[in-house]
Write a protein that binds this ligand. Structure first.
Ligand SMILES: Cc1ncc(COP(=O)(O)O)c(C=O)c1O
Length: 389
C-alpha cells in the first residue's frame, strides 16, 4: 500500500515543498550550540500561573467548555481595550490553542481553492502551509526598506498584487522577522485598500506587547470600515512565554467571528484549566511581561551595534518583537548556505532570510532568546566566521 494513493493532494504538495526547502539546519542538541533559530522565549512561566492550572483542575475545571470559558473571554476583551477597541466577549472572541491554530482557523473560515491570499515579503513562514492546505494561492507584495534599513509595507506593491481573486491580505504587526511596527499612516492606508478592494484583513498581532522606544502598537480593527472585515490573531506564546502550553485567540467582527466559530475543529481546544490560568495571567502577569521586555531590550541594545561593527553586515534596530533581521548581502553568500555553514563551523543556529520569501534573501534572523553573555559569544563567533569568508 502507498499512502500517497489516499492522501489529500494539498498535503502531498506541502510535504514535497518541505522536502525541497532544506533552508534550516535541522539538528538535535549539539555540545556548545547556541540556538537563536526559533522564537521560543528562554523565560519560564511564573509559578503562580503553573499553580493556577493545577488549582483549576482540583476545582473541577476538567469538563467540556464548548465556546470557551466566559471569564477568560471577558479578560481578553478587557485586555484588548487598552488598544482602544471595544469588543463583545460573547460574539467576537474565539479561543484557540495558540497562534498557529488561530492562523489555520482564520484561513479555514474564508479560503476556497483558487482564492488568493496576499502576504508581504519577507513574512513569517507559518502562513504558507495552511494557505496551501486550503488550495489557496499565496501571493506576495515585496516590502521595501526605509532609511534605517527596516523593511516596511510598500503600498504600491500591495495595490498591484491585489487581483480579482484576492480574498484577504495578511499583515504581521509588529512584524516577525522584520521588526517593523506599523505607523498610524500605514495602517490607515492598508485599511483604505482593504475597504476599497473589499477584502478581508488578517492582522497577526502576536508580538503586540513587545514594542520598543517611541513606537506604539495600534489596532487596525479599530479603523473605519475594518471591524466587519478584520480578523486579529493573538497568542500567549510570546506574551507570557507560553509556547508549550498553547493558548491563543481570534478577535473579529461578529459575523466573521461566527464563521471562524463554525470551522469544524471540534470543541474549544485550549484546556479549560489553562483558560482559568490565562485569566489570571491577564490580570496579574504584567510584571513578568515587564521583566521579559527589559531583558529583550537589553539584548537588542547589545546585539545591533555589535552586528553593525562586523564588516559586510548591517542591521537596523527593530521597532518591535524580539528578532534582528541582519543584512548579509555584502558577504555574497546565499542565506541558506550562510546559516548552514555558520552552524557547522561555529555551532550557532540562525534562520536564513530566504525562508521568509525571495525578498528576505541576503538576510539572516536571530531570535534574541538567550541572555546578553550568550549573544556576545554569538557575535564573537559571527565575527570570526565572517572574516573567514
Ligand atoms: C508572526 C507569528 N505568528 C504566529 C506564530 C505562531 O504562534 P504560536 O506559537 O502561538 O502557534 C508565530 C510563532 O513564532 C509567529 O512568529
Amino acid at each position: 500500500m502507498t499512502v500517497e494513493k489516499f492522501a489529500k493532494k494539498e498535503l502531498l504538495a506541502i510535504m514535497a515543498a518541505y522536502r525541497g526547502a532544506g533552508t534550516r539546519a535541522r539538528v538535535g542538541p549539539v555540545e556548545g550550540m547556541i540556538n537563536l533559530g526559533a522564537g521560543d522565549p528562554d523565560f519560564n512561566q511564573p509559578e503562580f500561573i503553573n499553580k493556577a492550572v493545577y488549582e483549576a483542575m482540583k476545582e473541577g475545571y476538567t469538563h467540556y467548555s464548548f465556546g470557551g470559558d466566559s471569564g477568560f473571554k471577558a479578560a481578553i476583551a478587557k485586555y484588548y481595550k487598552k488598544y482602544g477597541v471595544d469588543i463583545d466577549p460573547n460574539t467576537q472572541i474565539l479561543i484557540e490553542s495558540g497562534g498557529s491554530q488561530a492562523i489555520f482557523k482564520s484561513f479555514a473560515a474564508i479560503l476556497n481553492p483558487g482564492d488568493e491570499i496576499l502576504i508581504l515579503d519577507p513574512a513569517y513562514q507559518g502562513y504558507r502551509a495552511p494557505a496551501a492546505y486550503f488550495g489557496a494561492t499565496m501571493t506576495r507584495a515585496n516590502q521595501t526598506k526605509d532609511k534605517s534599513g527596516l523593511f516596511r509595507p510598500d503600498m504600491g506593491n500591495i495595490e498591484t498584487a491585489i487581483t480579482e481573486k484576492t480574498k484577504a491580505m495578511l499583515i504581521c504587526n509588529p512584524d516577525n522577522p522584520c521588526g517593523t511596527v506599523y505607523t498610524e499612516k500605514e495602517l490607515a492606508k492598508l485599511a483604505e485598500i482593504a475597504v476599497e478592494k473589499d477584502i478581508v484583513l488578517i492582522a497577526d498581532e502576536i508580538y503586540t506587547e513587545f514594542v520598543w522606544g517611541d513606537n506604539k502598537h495600534r489596532a487596525i480593527i479599530n479603523m473605519p470600515g475594518m471591524e466587519e472585515r478584520t480578523m486579529v490573531l493573538m497568542s500567549f506564546s510570546k506574551t507570557f512565554a507560553w509556547t508549550g502550553c498553547r493558548a491563543g485567540y481570534v478577535i473579529a467582527g461578529p459575523e466573521l467571528a461566527r464563521l471562524v466559530g463554525m470551522v469544524p475543529t471540534g470543541i474549544c481546544s485550549m484546556p479549560v484549566a489553562f483558560q482559568k490560568a490565562g485569566t489570571l495571567a491577564l490580570e496579574k502577569g504584567w510584571d513578568f511581561v515587564d521583566e521579559m521586555r527589559t531583558a529583550y531590550k537589553k539584548r537588542i541594545d547589545y546585539i545591533v551595534p555589535r552586528l553593525n561593527e562586523i564588516d559586510g553586515i548591517s542591521c537596523p534596530y527593530p521597532e518591535g518583537a524580539f528578532y534582528v533581521f541582519a543584512d548579509i548581502s555584502e558577504l555574497n553568500v546565499p542565506s541558506a548556505k550562510f546559516a548552514m555553514d555558520f552552524f557547522q563551523k561555529e555551532k550557532v543556529r540562525c534562520a536564513p532570510g530566504i525562508g521568509y520569501g525571495a525578498n528576505g534573501e541576503g538576510h539572516i534572523r536571530f531570535a534574541l532568546v538567550r541572555p546578553v553573555d550568550i549573544l556576545k559569544e554569538t557575535c564573537d563567533r559571527l565575527e570570526r566566521y565572517a572574516k573567514g569568508l
